[in-house]
Each structure stands twice: as structure tokens, then as C-alpha cells.
Design a protein around this ligand. Structure first.
Ligand code: G4P
Length: 521
């Protein structure tokens, strides 16, 4: 098979949703279709003590949530499917955002009873900004929810994206009868716990007991309206991230899931060319290349190892090959590589653009690193940084443990889930994270992996602003309210207490130039 054929087979995506919208349930159904698991309930069942394939860390088990991202892959309908898991909890880490740089599309699940919920809005917006194609699955149609038209309007307004319903629901909750499959020109009948059945449009007239129901008549009218006045379907617009195909269904039943998956897989983009510091690299360029989007230490406490997650962007990965780390120009032999499905690891012998592999990290990699085969010299575009919002001072409870503390902090910070700053005056360690959960994970891992108990001192939510480099500033301008700190690269920034302090400072010090490094707010 040619390299291009291999690339075209790859469908690499993430499923994003608000907690409880049904991500685990839907993922499980996809894994069933892909024969990755044999029975329902293998993945689901947080309350019963079974855990999702993608949840492996002890803390995830305790909280019943998935904190780190993992990868699931399987062949389906002639395609090679790669699903990247993302934390569904409201406390996102940068990890979640970075995972989005490694996928070619996303599936957005929305709970029909709730619509778009505030906490996940940010994540959806990041997808919009990056132009990632979004496929929407509106879940829980077997429950009374919001009106379908209202849900579409909400998506269009909040995300500023066109919607195109691929199917149209007839009734919901107890009166849920099924969906019009606009794409397949058939009616898919909901039979409760029984399997769904399919009726071609031309045979619908014969189904008197169905077509006489008021919910059916109402849905048919809505559909006629959509056909006439709704958006036109455009695959180009979908692939440009400007239109989202919307599917209604129930992940639990399951209902409409297989049709959704088949259509999604056939429409979702295969790996596309990626920008580098020099040029654009085609996915079927014979030279292997990829970038590290995540580093995970001690995934298996028995091994105390580090794994770098690499998204392959071009060429063919072969185990044992030598590649160049673009940042340092050092050549590294990739002898240990694995595909990671939860805590079990299969050795990977070859991989192509779109695939995600875990490579053994002898402490050589950093997040964002580019690996290239051969003589070419380029790096993939820098991964975006996201603004930490919660800041805390951190110290070892026992001062005798200073050495382990430093080592632990440095390694966990290198993984990128949390950012490190040092107070200019006191040199104390200050951590910044996107959400509160990262502190729990940090504390837990420091204790379990580095045997250090840490104590936090909250300094609250802060607004970080960097000082323009080489600018002389009077240090006495800063105090606990407006803290002057250094980031890991040695750049100075100020952690402002709130919007008011920031504006007050700006008014008083018009000669000081402040930089907001983050585009996403
Ligand atoms: P998450 O991963 O996005 O957090 O959601 P998850 O799949 O765990 O689903 C959250 C809850 O919603 C679960 O119920 C699940 O059974 C239910 N659910 C998912 N899809 C559907 C659907 O299509 N219809 C209905 N009615 N419910 C759905 P739970 O009671 O919280 O958990 P459990 O006791 O079933 O484990």
C-alpha cells in the first residue's frame, strides 16, 4: 500500500463534552463497533467500580474522572481510527487543549436536556478558533430535552458556526419515535431496548400508525422547513470548521450511534498538511516527522518511566529508526515505542501520519518538540500556551526533602500540566494552572512518585501580564497584590490581583509595557 493510501485511511479525532453528557457511553459504543471491547459495561460503570479504558491513574479512579489523555485505536470499515481521550472534567489542564493540536477533527457531544454548558464552552471555542472540523452528536433523545431547533440556534449563536442537521428527531423522551436520516433518505425507528429499524422514505406512507402521530407530523413540517430555508450542506465548509453536521441520538440505547459513526468516519478529514517554521509538510512526504504534544511520567509506577506522546505528521515510523530532535540537533534512536491503550501497551512497529505513538523518554523531550528523519531542518509550529488562572505558592512540608521536592516539581512542570514561576523577592515556588484539579493531581503525584508532601498557600485567581523584555522597572512598584515573578525562561511577569489592580497599575505607569501572552480568554 502506498504512503498516500495509508494516510487516507487515518481518522484521528477527540471526543469533547461536558461531564455527564455521555462521552464514556458513546466511546464505549464506538469501541464495541471497532471490536476493541466485547461487551458493554467494560468501559462504563464508574459507580460499580469498573473504570473506563482510558482512566488509568489512581486519582482518576478515586474521582471517577479521566485526568490525563490517552489513545484508543482500531480498524473500522477500512479505516484506521485513532480516538484521543480528553478530560471531561470542568478543570481542564493545558493537556486538554494540547490534545486538540494532535487531532484532525472533533466530535462534540451535547446533552439535549442541557444544551451547551458554560464550563465546556471554552474548549469548544478553542476548536472553533483553530478551525478544527467539529461533528456534533446531540445525546439523550430518549429523555425530555430542549427543542431541536432551539439547540441548533444555541450552537450557531454561541459558537458562531453554521449547523446542518444530518438527521431530524421525531418527538423526544417518552414520545421519541425515531429520526429522519436526511443523508441516507430513510426513517430510523426507535424501538426502545430493541434494535433500531430502517424504513426507506418511499415506504413511509404504508406506516400508518407512525405517520398519523402528532409528533411525526410536527417533525415532518420542521424538516420541510429545513429543506427549504435551512443551511445547505457543504463538506468544504465542514472541513474548514465553518459548518458542523449535527446528529441526534442516544448513546445509551444505543440509537443512531452506528449511523452517526459511519457517516462521521466517511466525512472526517484524513491527516492534512501541517505548517512548520520553514514550509508546509505533506502527510505523505516520505520523510518521517512528528511532534511531542504530551509527556507523561511514571504511567506505570513499577517502571518509573516517562513516555512522550508523538503525533506522526509525515512519512513512516519504524521501530528502531534514528531521528533528529530539531531543538538540539541530536540524533535519537527510537527503539522503544508503544501504542497506549490505558495501562496496557502494545509495541508499535510502524505508524503513519495521523497515528499517535508513545515513545520512551530518556528525559530528552519537551512538549512541542519536533522529531525529523534525515537531513531536513524544521520545527512544527509552536503549541499554543494557555493562561493559567489559579495560582498557589508551594513548598515541601518537610524542609529536609528539598532535593526531591525540586526534582519532582521540575519533572511535573516539564510535562506541562502546570506552570512554574519564582517570586522575584523571596524565590519561593509559585504554580499556575488552568484549573483547581491540577493541584490535586500535583499533590498526589508528588507524594506517590517523589515521596514529598507538599503544602499550598493560595494566592487566588490572578491575571498574568509579562513585562516587555529589557525594560527597566522599579521593583518597589510590586507587592503581594501585584506580584513580580519570573517564569521558567527567566522572563518577568506580574500577577495582578484582579482587573481593577491591572487597570490601576496601567494608569499609574503608562511607560511600562505589559504583554498579554494569551490569545484565548
Ligand atoms: P461522561 O463520560 O460524559 O461524563 O458521561 P457518561 O457516559 O458517564 O454518562 C453520564 C450519565 O448519562 C450516565 O448515567 C449515563 O448512563 C447517562 N447517559 C449517557 N447517554 C445517555 C442517553 O443516551 N440517554 C440517557 N437517558 N442517559 C444517558 P449515570 O446514572 O450517571 O451513570 P451510570 O449509573 O449509568 O454509570
Amino acid at each position: 500500500m502506498s504512503l498516500l493510501d495509508e494516510v487516507k485511511k487515518r481518522k484521528t479525532f477527540a471526543i469533547i463534552s461536558h461531564p455527564d453528557a455521555g462521552k464514556t457511553t458513546l466511546t464505549e459504543k464506538l469501541l464495541l463497533y471497532g471490536n476493541l471491547i466485547r461487551s458493554a459495561g467494560t468501559v462504563k460503570g464508574k459507580k460499580s467500580g469498573k473504570f473506563a479504558t482510558s482512566d488509568w491513574m489512581e486519582i482518576e479512579k478515586q474521582r471517577g474522572i479521566s485526568v490525563t489523555s490517552s489513545v484508543m485505536n482500531f480498524p473500522y470499515n477500512g479505516y484506521q481510527v485513532n480516538i484521543l481521550d480528553t478530560p471531561g472534567h470542568e478543570d481542564f489542564s493545558e493537556d486538554t487543549y494540547r490534545t486538540l493540536t494532535a487531532v484532525d477533527s472533533v466530535v462534540m457531544i451535547i446533552d439535549a436536556t442541557k444544551g451547551i454548558e458554560a464550563q465546556t464552552l471554552k474548549l469548544f471555542k478553542v476548536c472553533r478558533m483553530r478551525g478544527i472540523p467539529i461533528f456534533t452528536f446531540i445525546n439523550k433523545l430518549d429523555r425530555e430535552g430542549k427543542e431541536p431547533l432551539e439547540l441548533l440556534e444555541e450552537i450557531e449563536e454561541v459558537l458562531d458556526i453554521e449547523t446542518y442537521p444530518m438527521n431530524w428527531p421525531v418527538g423526544m423522551g417518552k414520545r421519541f419515535l425515531g429520526i429522519f436520516d436526511r443523508h441516507g433518505k430513510q426513517f430510523v425507528k426507535y424501538n426502545g431496548n430493541e434494535e433500531e429499524s430502517y424504513i426507506p422514505y418511499e415506504d413511509l406512507d404504508k406506516q400508518e400508525d407512525l405517520v398519523s402521530q402528532s409528533a411525526y407530523v410536527a417533525a415532518e413540517e420542521e424538516l420541510a422547513l429545513l429543506d427549504e430555508a435551512g443551511n445547505e450542506f457543504s463538506l468544504d465548509a465542514v472541513l474548514a470548521g465553518k459548518q458542523t453536521p449535527v446528529f441526534f441520538g442516544s448513546a445509551l440505547a444505543p440509537f443512531g450511534v452506528q449511523t452517526f459513526f459511519d457517516t462521521f468516519i466517511s466525512m472526517a478529514p484524513a491527516p492534512t498538511p501541517r505548517k512548520t517554521t520553514v514550509d508546509v509538510v505533506q502527510p505523505d512526504n516520505p520523510e518521517f516527522s512528528g511532534f511531542v504534544f504530551k509527556i507523561q511520567a511514571n504511567m506505570n509506577p513499577a517502571h518509573r518511566d516517562r513516555v512522550a506522546f508523538l503525533r506522526v505528521c509525515s512519512g513512516k515510523f519504524e521501530r528502531g529508526m534514528s531521528v533528529k530532535l530539531a531543538r538540539t540537533d541530536k540524533v535519537i534512536k527510537l527503539s522503544q515505542s508503544q501504542q497506549i491503550v490505558a495501562s496496557t501497551r502494545d509495541t508499535v512497529d510502524e505508524a503513519y501520519a495521523g497515528d499517535i505513538i508513545g515513545i520512551y523518554d530518556p528525559n530528552a523531550y519537551q512538549i512541542g518538540d519536533t522529531l525529523v528523519e534525515g537531513k531536513s531542518k524544521y520545527e512544527y509550529d509552536e503549541l499554543p500556551q494557555f493562561p493559567p488562572e489559579v495560582f498557589k505558592k508551594v513548598a515541601a512540608k518537610n524542609v529536609m526533602k528539598a532535593k526531591q521536592f525540586k526534582k519532582g516539581v521540575e519533572q511535573l512542570v516539564q510535562e506541562g500540566a502546570i506552570q512554574l514561576f519564582r517570586d522575584k523577592r523571596t524565590e519561593s515556588y509559585i504554580l499556575g494552572a488552568v484549573g483547581e484539579l491540577q493541584y490535586e493531581v500535583f499533590q498526589y503525584r508528588m507524594k506517590n512518585e517523589y515521596n514529598v508532601e507538599v503544602v499550598f498557600e493560595t494566592i487566588g485567581d490572578r491575571i498574568p501580564r509579562w513585562l516587555k523584555p529589557d525594560q527597566k522597572v522599579d521593583e518597589t512598584l510590586f507587592d503581594e497584590r501585584n506580584m513580580l515573578v519570573r517564569d521558567r525562561e527567566g522572563n518577568f511577569l506580574v500577577l495582578f490581583k484582579n482587573e481593577f489592580s491591572l487597570n490601576w497599575f496601567k494608569d499609574k505607569n503608562t511607560d511600562i509595557e505589559l504583554i498579554d501572552l494569551f490569545e484565548v480568554n
